[in-house]
Design a protein. Structure first.
Ligand code: MG
Length: 268
């Protein structure tokens, strides 16, 4: 893992965004926007970017495996790579595809490097701002080269975050309308990478998540953990991308996670 240079990953992300992603921003033809699995958007830029990321990341670690969001939509078996005794890249070529396809500015390239169930490193790159957010396990979280530490928030009524309810039980969705009101503000960026970054910095406080596709969450989870934040699933376990767990709370602190979980219990 020591032979992975931060500059190499930065170069790869910069080149993919300059050559593939940004030229298509506000410039997609109708036939370049499609739907996969019925409802999720995918554009020509997602597919091209993933191919290029795969090619370059595998060059850095020739014996590693690769799991990409777009490849997964064609072959779900690639998740078995997580069980192998090998390094594995997990990539979301464009997080926030709906924003990207609609000309809105919150979208990111997300990359994680894992070995079995361990998250080792991650990168979230903002193409429009050319900002690299990254994390190294047991070392820290960084924005460009500056180490960041989250700000703790412990009073639920003062917190801002998002609640994804896409896959929740219909009955709970109803109760959620009331549950939402205990927070200061509930809104979504429609780009989970950006939310993870802002939770890491401490300018947002929490995200209650469902449908945990590994490419959506591994990079941000490491970033938030290394910034001093925490994650917990509804059974009080830490996020484990090798297991199918449906719901997760991520926030600035363990304490806030437990408070949110307790409140959720009152409304379930
Ligand atoms: Mg994506």
């Amino acid at each position: 893992m020591d032979n992975i240079k931060q500059e190499d990953i930065e170069d790869i992300c910069f080149n993919v965004s300059q050559n593939i992603i940004l030229p298509k921003f506000k410039n997609l033809s109708e036939d370049e926007i499609n739907y996969k699995n019925g409802s999720d958007l995918v554009t020509a830029a997602d597919i091209e970017a993933e191919k290029e990321l795969k090619k370059n990341l595998l060059k850095i670690l020739p014996t590693s495996n690769f799991i990409g969001e777009e490849e997964y939509s064609r072959n779900e078996n690639i998740l078995n790579f997580y069980n192998e005794d090998a390094y594995c890249w997990t990539v979301d070529p464009i997080d926030g595809t709906t924003n990207f396809a609609n000309g809105r500015d919150k979208f990111a390239i997300m990359i994680a490097l894992t070995f079995k169930e361990k998250i080792l490193r991650s990168w979230i790159y903002k193409p429009l701002d050319k900002i690299m957010c990254s994390a190294i396990v047991n070392e820290g979280a960084y924005i460009n080269n500056n180490k960041i530490i989250t700000k703790e928030a412990n009073i639920i009524e003062e917190t801002i975050g998002s609640i994804s309810t896409k896959y929740w039980e219909p009955g709970f969705k109803e109760r959620l309308k009331i549950f939402k009101n205990i927070f200061k503000e509930v809104n979504s960026y429609r780009c989970i990478g950006f939310e993870y970054i802002d939770i890491g910095i401490g300018i947002r406080n929490f995200a209650i998540l469902s449908k945990l596709s590994p490419w959506d969450h591994i990079p941000g989870i490491l970033f938030v953990r290394e910034a001093g934040g925490a994650d917990i699933d509804f059974d009080k376990n830490k996020y484990d991308f090798t297991k199918k767990n449906k719901n997760l709370i991520v926030s600035n602190s363990e304490d806030l996670n437990l408070k949110i979980l307790e409140k959720l219990g009152e409304y379930s």
